[in-house]
Structures are given as structure tokens and as C-alpha cells.
Design a protein around this ligand. Structure first.
Ligand SMILES: *Cc1c(COP(=O)(O)O)cnc(C)c1O
Length: 213
């Protein structure tokens, strides 16, 4: 986890964004993980050309949306907790992180809302990670009360981004097998590999704020 960035430098973010855009090509959405930046700092991100923010916590999402509204598209990338779903639905374009049976149950009342979610799959098969196993996916897709637009994964932290490649390839195969269009995969450590393996959304934090001197 990097330090919070109170006051991001728009020039640094814009330069990083341009380089990353160049690396991943025009078709991959670049989502910026908002957890590093307080509400006041988001103006610098807008200035740098960021358009899509993902928040992990409902209270951060609400505070930032209140301040910045339609300046950004908002997604949710955190754990779906009870009660919060009510407030979340309608505020975000996409929930990336439906990772448990309890999350599926919490979505039950929202089948008529047009809400769209991604199912989080633990393709690395790590007991400690959140997400459904690949083997559970068909059943989860049958049971999910709201529209499933695609899949998301969060592979283990690795020193070598190539270590994530098989997990991303597996997620793409699963999405293709089920006719799902969106693939949210790749973070600062491995977004290039994720893009090569077909990511449609990469989720970046640290890579965007680091200055390269
Ligand atoms: C913070 C976060 C990211 C981005 O992480 P970085 O390593 O800083 O790029 C991506 N996905 C989720 C779910 C996150 O919480």
C-alpha cells in the first residue's frame, strides 16, 4: 500500500497516464483506485485526464461523488457489506467485486434496478484470497440476481508480473466460455501483462502517482 497522495501533481499523473495508455492501447479502460487520494486531490486527477475512479469504501465514494459528481465515472472495487448495498446501487456504473455468497444474497432486492456487477474469481486458487473458485462460476452466474457484465480478479502480489499471466489468461478463458464481455484485471504490478491477456479494465494506484526522475 502506498502512502496517501494528498496533493497529486497533475503533470506527473498526466505523464504516467500517457505512458500507460501507450502501453495498453486505446481500448483498455484505465480505472484509478481512489483510496490513495482524498476528495480534495481529485481535481488534479481530472486535470491530468483521469475519467474513471474506483472506490473501496462507500463513505469515500459518497464524499467524493458529492464533491465531484459527473466529473468522473464511478465504480466500486471494495467488499460488498451488508446494508451498504442499498446506498451503493445507483451511485456506481459497475460493482467489480462480487466475491461471496453473502454478496449475492445482498443483491437479491436489486434485480430490477439495472445494476451491473462483475464476479470476482480467485483464479490463483489461494485460500486466503477473496472470490469464487473457477469451478463455482457457472453456478454463481445462474444465481446472481443482477446483470453480470464480466469477471474480475486480484492475483497475489508478485515481484515478476509474468507470474500473473496464467491467472489472467484463465480469467479470459472463463469469460469467453460464458460470453462475458468485461475483464477487470491488472494493477500497477502487472497491468501490461493483463492488457496483453485481454483486460478491458485495468485498476491502477501507485503506478499513476510515482514520479520518474
Ligand atoms: C488499490 C487497488 C488497486 C490498485 O492497486 P495498485 O497496486 O496501487 O495499482 C486495484 N484493485 C483493487 C481492488 C484495489 O483495492
Amino acid at each position: 500500500m502506498v502512502e496517501p497522495v494528498r496533493d497529486p501533481d497533475p503533470a506527473v499523473v498526466a505523464a504516467n497516464l500517457a505512458r500507460i495508455r501507450d502501453e495498453v492501447g486505446p481500448d483498455v479502460e484505465i480505472l484509478v483506485a481512489g483510496k490513495y487520494v482524498p476528495a480534495e486531490g481529485l481535481g488534479a486527477l481530472a486535470e491530468a485526464g483521469v475519467t474513471l475512479i474506483g472506490e473501496n469504501r462507500l463513505q469515500d465514494l459518497e464524499a467524493k461523488r458529492e464533491r465531484w459528481g459527473d466529473t468522473f465515472t464511478w465504480d466500486f472495487i471494495g467488499a460488498l457489506q451488508s446494508r451498504k448495498v442499498d446506498d451503493l446501487i445507483g451511485q456506481v456504473r459497475l460493482i467489480h467485486s462480487v466475491a461471496s455468497d453473502s454478496a449475492l444474497r445482498r443483491l437479491e432486492r436489486f434485480s430490477d434496478t439495472g445494476a451491473e456487477v462483475l464476479i470476482q474469481v480467485d483464479v490463483a486458487g489461494e485460500a486466503s484470497k477473496s472470490g469464487f473458485s473457477a469451478g463455482e462460476l457457472s453456478d454463481v452466474l445462474d444465481r446472481c440476481p443482477v446483470r453480470v457484465g464480466g469477471l474480475m480478479t486480484m492475483p497475489p502480489a508478485v515481484a515478476d508480473p509474468e507470474a500473473s499471466r496464467p491467472h489472467f489468461a484463465r480469467l479470459r478463458e472463463l469469460a469467453e466460455a460464458h460470453g462475458l464481455a468485461r475483464l477487470s484485471m491488472g494493477t500497477s504490478q502487472d497491468y501490461r501483462v493483463a492488457a496483453e491477456e485481454g483486460a478491458t479494465i485495468i485498476r491502477l494506484g501507485s503506478a499513476l502517482f510515482a514520479s520518474r526522475e
